[in-house]
Design a protein around this ligand. Structure first.
Ligand code: HEM
Length: 428
C-alpha cells in the first residue's frame, strides 16, 4: 500500500490496498477495461494488481518503443514459479524468465521456425488443409472438432514427425495435447498467476468447483503427459512450442469461420477472386498466395478483428526505466494491450466491423500493415509466426475454394443468428 503517484509512474485508477486495481478490471476480458482506460488515462496506464506493479501499453507505437527498441530491458516475464512448481508448466517457453534456459529454447526453435526453414513444412500444411476440407464436407456441424484436429495434427507432424491419420479416428497423442491445452490455456489466463501467488490455497480448489480453472493436480497431470508421452513414444528431441501453437492456430480459424458466417459478401468476394485466379479445377496452393490479395486481406482482417491473444503475453522490466517522463519500476509487468491496438480508430475506421478492404489501397494493392503486433514484440516475439501464418492461410484458402459457410437454419428455413461463446484464458 504505497503512494504510487510519488514514484512518478504513469497515470491510472486509484488502487486499493493489497487488491490494487483488481476489482476495477473485467475479470474475464481485462482488455476491454484497459481499452476503456485509454480514453481516461491515455496510452500508458499504471494499475498495480495484488501488489504487483503493472503497466498497460495501449498503443502500437509505445509497444514498439518499449518491447522492440528497448528489448534488453523488456524481455523478462513475471515470476510464475507457482505454475512451474504446482501446475507442471516448467517446460513452457512463454512463461520462462529471461535466462539461459529460455535462450536455449529460442535458439532451438529459431533453427527450425525461421521464415526460410519453415518452407519445408508447406507440403504437410497443404495436405492437412485438404484433410480438413474433406472432414468439413463429411460432417460440417462438427467444424470445431475438425479445426482443432487440423491445428494439432499439423503441429505434431512438424515437431515430432508424427502422422495423425486422415480418417478422423481418435489419435491418442493428439487427444492428450488437446486435453492439456484446454486446461493449460485457462491456468495461464491473465491475472491467474498473480491471484495464485497472493492466494496459493486457490490451487487446491477442485476443478468442478472452480469451473475448471485452477486445480493444480489435474493441470500438472495433463502437462506431464502432454510433454512426456509424445517425447518418449516418438524419441524426438524438441519438447516445447506445440502447446502455444495448437490453440492459437485453431482459434484463429474459428474466428475466420465466424466472420464468414456473419459477412457473406466478404466470403463471396474472396471466392470470386479464387475462382478467377485459381479456377475451379484445383485447390489453391502456396504458389497462389501472392496472387490473391483479397484473400490475404481477409486473413489479416481475421488476425485484427478478434486477436486470439488479446493481451499478448505480458513482459516484465528487468531494470527500472524512464519512458516519456514516467517511472517504470524494476520488475513491473508490462502488458501489451493488443486488443486496444486493433481498435485504434486512427488506424482502423469502424474497428468492430470485419472489413478486409482496409488492407487494400485504391489500386487494390495490399498495404504495408501485416498486423504483426498480434504475434508480440521484441525478443519474445512468437517464434511460430511463419508456421502459423502458413497454416491459417492455406486452410482458409482451401475452405473458401471448396465450401460455403452459412448460418444454420431453423425448422422454418430462417437463418439462426450465431451467438459466439468465448472461452477466455491466455487465448480466446
Ligand atoms: C495464429 C497463431 C499464433 C498467434 C496469434 C501467436 C501469438 C503469440 C504471442 C502474442 C506471443 C507472445 C509474444 C510476446 O511475448 O511478445 C507468442 C509467444 C509464443 N508462441 Fe505463438 N502464436 C501463434 C502460433 C504459434 C505457433 C504455431 C507456435 C509453435 C510452433 C508458437 C509458439 C510460441 C512460443 C514458444 C512462444 C513463447 C515465446 C517466448 O516467450 O519467448 N506460436 N505467440
Amino acid at each position: 500500500y504505497r503512494n504510487v503517484r510519488s514514484k512518478g509512474c504513469p497515470p491510472g485508477p486509484k488502487p486499493l490496498p493489497l487488491l490494487g486495481c483488481a476489482l476495477q478490471v473485467d475479470a474475464t476480458q481485462p482488455w476491454l477495461t484497459y481499452t476503456e482506460w485509454k480514453d481516461t488515462y491515455g496510452d500508458i496506464v499504471y494499475c498495480p494488481t495484488f501488489g504487483q506493479d503493472t503497466i498497460v501499453v495501449n498503443s502500437e507505437e509505445m509497444a514498439q518503443d518499449l518491447f522492440d527498441k528497448r528489448s534488453s530491458n523488456y524481455s523478462d516475464r513475471m515470476d510464475a514459479s507457482i505454475l512451474t512448481k504446482y501446475f507442471g508448466m516448467g517446460h513452457h517457453t512463454a512463461i520462462m524468465r529471461h535466462n539461459d534456459v529460455w535462450r536455449e529454447h529460442r535458439r532451438v526453435m529459431q533453427q527450425g521456425l525461421r521464415r526460410e526453414p519453415v518452407k519445408v513444412y508447406l507440403p504437410v500444411q497443404l495436405r492437412r488443409a485438404h484433410d480438413l476440407i474433406k472432414s468439413l464436407r463429411k460432417s460440417p456441424t462438427d467444424y470445431c472438432r475438425h479445426v482443432k484436429r487440423f491445428s494439432g495434427a499439423t503441429i505434431l507432424e512438424v515437431v515430432y514427425d508424427h502422422r495423425v491419420g486422415s480418417r478422423g479416428e481418435e489419435d491418442p497423442i493428439l487427444k492428450r495435447i488437446s486435453d492439456a491445452n484446454d486446461v493449460g490455456v485457462l491456468a495461464l489466463a491473465p491475472g491467474n498467476i498473480l491471484r495464485l501467488s497472493v492466494f496459493p490455497f486457490l490451487r487446491h480448489i477442485p476443478t468442478w468447483l472452480s469451473g475448471g480453472q485452477l486445480d493444480s493436480a489435474v493441470c500438472r497431470k495433463h502437462m506431464e503427459t502432454m510433454v512426456e508421452v509424445p517425447y518418449s513414444e516418438l524419441k524426438h528431441k524438441l519438447a516445447s512450442g506445440y502447446a502455444a501453437g495448437e490453440d492459437t492456430t485453431g482459434s484463429t480459424l474459428m474466428i475466420f469461420i465466424l466472420a464468414m458466417a456473419l459477412y457473406p459478401e466478404v466470403q463471396t468476394r474472396a471466392q470470386s477472386e479464387i475462382d478467377s485466379v485459381v479456377g475451379s479445377g484445383r485447390l489453391p496452393s502456396f504458389d497462389d498466395w501472392e496472387t490473391l490479395p483479397y484473400v490475404e486481406a481477409v486473413f489479416r482482417e481475421t488476425l485484427r478483428w478478434y486477436p486470439v491473444v488479446p493481451l499478448g503475453v505480458p513482459h516484465a522490466a528487468s531494470r527500472e526505466d524512464v519512458y516519456r517522463g514516467y517511472h517504470i519500476p524494476k520488475g513491473a509487468v508490462v502488458v501489451p494491450n493488443v486488443w486496444a491496438m486493433t481498435r485504434d480508430p486512427d488506424k482502423y475506421h469502424s474497428p468492430a466491423d470485419f472489413k478486409p478492404e482496409r488492407f487494400l489501397d485504391e489500386q487494390g494493392n495490399l498495404t504495408s500493415d501485416e498486423v504483426d503486433y498480434v504475434f508480440g514484440f521484441g525478443r519474445r516475439i512468437c517464434p511460430g509466426r511463419y508456421l502459423a501464418k502458413a497454416s491459417v492461410w492455406v486452410a482458409m484458402a482451401c475452405i473458401l475454394a471448396s465450401l460455403r459457410i452459412e448460418k444454420a437454419k431453423d425448422v422454418d428455413g430462417r437463418p439462426i443468428e450465431p451467438k459466439p461463446e468465448w472461452v477466455h484464458g491466455i487465448t480466446s
